[in-house]
Ligand binder design. Structure first.
Ligand code: IVH
Length: 697
């Protein structure tokens, strides 16, 4: 199979196998594959999706929040939702967090409870009159799984609280984890006894808790640390989180001994540095530290955003590096034909996950690193980003009998592994590209994916499996063909895909589901016919024409035909369009087949409103850069931005000396502060509304 259809097809296959395994395990209670194999598939899918973010689909098994409650564990609705934490990776973000708290509480050196961020599984324990009655996983934060029987086997979790004045109800939240040493001992034991080994301590903890047989859980070395409260009745809470933790300790609950209190930015960053230095010697895995505003009255003042408190922050540790071996070097072909090399490696644990693939970015990077098959390499995984190869350990390079490297330096393929077209690299460009254009199925799939995406034509439900099938079964050559599809075509295609994959049973119910799916999809495609010029321009996928350039072009020309007719000189006159982008746009429209696609889109009913050209040099805000910050009561920031742009303004995301006006809404933060510092013109919402009204926007 070809190299780039490979990731898309492999992803589709992995999703099918994982969904199938989930169904067998949870619904039929008849596991089809061992846990480690499941984990391996999942990891492969995660790594593939990380290497190909454009192929991530919302319905992929990797996209579930927590785990859907299984059929076998009862569901538990958390009386108080289990929240997640906002993340920070830099000192600057931490600084902003503390500054924001200072501003909103008036306390400019606030006290924090600072804690290791344990890498396990969040759970909630419910005690009624001191007796452990129920334990649940976090699940999706609102509903989790009842794992009481399993938690009763975790020896550090008290079945009865200590002391006299016990609350009527006490829900304690915390992390179930597996100490690193215990994890290793367990795996040695498992190997000797022919039992399954665990992939890593985190998976070990999570997998152990979700065992249907508590006797299995009982054999696993699980621990627990408490770090938060849920529902509490019949008790007077202390005034601070740190006092609560002390109280929980008195009640007999384990609290992580590395928890401290720290004051201000200096205090928390000092803690971060100290824990970071101890990281490898701590008995448990952590992936960062957590800062929680200590005083409850201050926590209340800060409140929440969506599902995370504004009074807490997870400060993640940076990149982690590991050593592994390159098994092969592959390439992927993207939407614009970019040929991106990546390496397939011997699986390795980096920062708690197993990685098998790492990106090499481009041919320059390969040449710089001189990565070859068989090389020992250092891979790095920073936060949740795509793993990358940092360097080659040259002294470990495999040699032949004469002491010469076994493998020659890697060369990018000269022909596209997907369509066979020539791969070329333009002068001064780092990226090599397949010249096949839309002839290349890999590029066609990516072009369709981009065309349908939310910020382009916004066709809901155009998943990656569907698009791949459209191209593979030849239903769609150009994006315009989408608008000729019928419900019948989709059903026929689905039948062919299912037949080939040997997946779906021919039941009446399945037939109905399929019809509904096809009808919805056709309706979504139909709805996208009514679009805007800027969406269409972005959707066409002209190289280097992103959303913002598409918007500028739409505004500048007002209509498509004048843009198509524009010369490079006319295009360079458009703000933010330089000579390279101008050339790309002109070349795109000069290609007959691109003009044919546009004609076909129009013929198939795709339409948008056209208007008079609006040059940036016109309008009351012409040449003015405006930054919007904070929340507006009367409209969204996007809407306000569009109105300001209609008046000639350029809307930017960051404040600098060049900014003309800063519109500061509710709870504006660091951008407002910076604007004040720079002495910029600052408008409140009333002033904005008055200005818009005056200019009829
Ligand atoms: S507090 C209201 N404290 O991080 C805040 N969470 O991203 C609720 N975690 O699901 C969480 N160590 O699994 C808190 N010391 C700690 C933690 C911690 C690890 C995990 C927990 C949670 C996730 C949030």
């Amino acid at each position: 199979m070809s190299k780039t259809a490979a990731p898309a097809a492999r992803i589709a296959e992995l999703r099918r196998r994982i969904d199938d395994a989930n169904h067998r395990y949870h619904v039929l209670d008849d596991p089809s594959i061992p846990d480690v194999e499941y984990d391996r598939l999942m990891r492969e899918l995660e790594a593939l999706e990380a290497a190909h973010p454009e192929l991530v689909d919302f319905d992929s098994p990797t996209q579930r929040v927590g785990n859907a409650p299984s059929a076998k564990f009862a569901e538990v609705t958390h009386a108080v939702p289990m929240l997640s934490l906002a993340n920070a990776f830099t000192d600057e973000e931490v600084n902003e967090f503390v500054t924001r708290i200072g501003k909103e509480t008036g306390d400019d050196s606030p006290v924090f409870s600072v804690e290791p961020k344990l890498d396990g599984l969040a759970i909630s324990l419910r005690y009624e009159n001191g007796v452990f009655v129920r334990g649940a996983t976090r699940g999706d934060g609102t509903t989790g799984e009842d794992v009481t029987a399993n938690l009763r086997t975790v020896k550090v979790i008290p079945l009865r609280l200590r002391g006299k004045a016990l609350p009527e109800v006490l829900e304690v939240r915390g992390e179930v984890y597996m100490p690193r040493a215990e994890f290793e001992h367990y795996n040695i034991w498992a190997l000797e006894h022919g039992e399954k080994t665990l992939a890593n301590p985190r998976n070990g903890a999570a997998g152990s808790l979700r065992q249907l047989d508590p006797r299995v859980t009982a054999k696993r070395p699980l621990r627990f640390y408490a770090y938060a409260l849920g529902e509490v009745t019949g008790a007077k809470l202390p005034a601070t989180h740190s006092q609560t933790l002390a109280w929980l300790r008195e009640l007999g609950l384990p609290v992580c001994p590395q928890v401290e209190v720290a004051k201000g930015v200096e205090g928390v960053l000092d803690y971060y540095a100290r824990i970071g230095a101890q990281r490898d010697t701590l008995p448990y895995d952590i992936d960062g530290v957590v800062y929680k505003l200590d005083r409850y009255d201050q926590q209340r003042a800060m409140g929440f955003v969506s599902r995370a408190p504004r009074w807490a922050l997870a400060h993640k540790f940076p990149a982690q590096e590991e050593m592994t071996t390159v098994e092969s070097i592959e390439v992927n072909v993207g939407r614009t034909g970019a040929v991106t090399p990546w390496v397939l490696m011997t699986p390795v644990h980096v920062g708690g996950v197993t990685v098998t693939r790492a990106t090499l970015h481009n041919a320059d990077q390969i040449a710089r690193l001189d990565v070859r098959v068989g090389d020992a390499v250092i891979v790095r995984r920073a936060g949740d980003v795509i793993p990358e190869v940092v360097r080659v350990i040259e002294e470990r390079r495999p040699l032949d009998k004469r002491g010469k490297p076994l493998h020659p330096p890697y060369q990018l393929p000269t022909t596209c592994p997907v369509c066979g077209s020539a791969v070329e690299r333009e002068e001064g460009e780092v990226v090599a590209r397949c010249t096949g254009g839309l002839f290349c199925p890999a590029q066609r799939i990516q072009a369709l994916f981009h065309f349908a995406s939310r910020r382009a034509m916004d066709i809901e439900g155009m998943g990656e499996r569907f698009i791949t099938a459209l191209v593979e079964f030849d239903y769609v050559h150009t994006v315009a063909d989408l608008y000729k599809l019928t419900v019948g075509d989709l059903l026929e295609m689905k039948r062919r895909a299912d037949e080939r994959d040997g997946t779906t049973p021919e039941t009446v119910k399945a037939g109905k589901v399929a019809s509904k799916w096809a009808e919805n999809l056709i309706a979504a495609i139909d709805a996208s016919r009514n679009t805007t010029l800027e969406r269409l321009l972005f959707a066409l996928g002209i190289r280097d024409v992103g959303e913002s350039t598409a918007k500028t072009l739409a505004r500048h020309f007002g209509a498509l035909d004048p843009l198509i007719a524009a010369s490079e000189e006319e295009l360079v006159a458009v703000p933010d369009v330089g000579p390279i982008v101008a050339a790309r746009i002109a070349h795109f429209f000069a290609e007959q087949h691109n003009r044919d696609v546009i004609a076909a889109l129009r013929a198939n009913g795709v339409h948008w409103q056209e208007g008079a050209p609006r040059r940036a040099s016109e309008g009351p805000l012409a040449g003015m850069t405006v930054v919007l910050t904070g929340g507006l009561a009367s409209m969204s920031r996007d809407e306000a931005g569009a109105k300001l742009e209609a008046l000639g303004a350029k809307v930017s995301g960051s404040v600098s000396k060049k900014t003309g006006i800063v519109v500061a809404g509710e709870a504006a933060g660091s951008k407002l502060a910076k604007a004040q510092e720079l002495g910029l013109d600052i408008w409140d919402e009333d002033k904005l509304l008055a200005f818009l009204a005056e200019h009829g926007a």
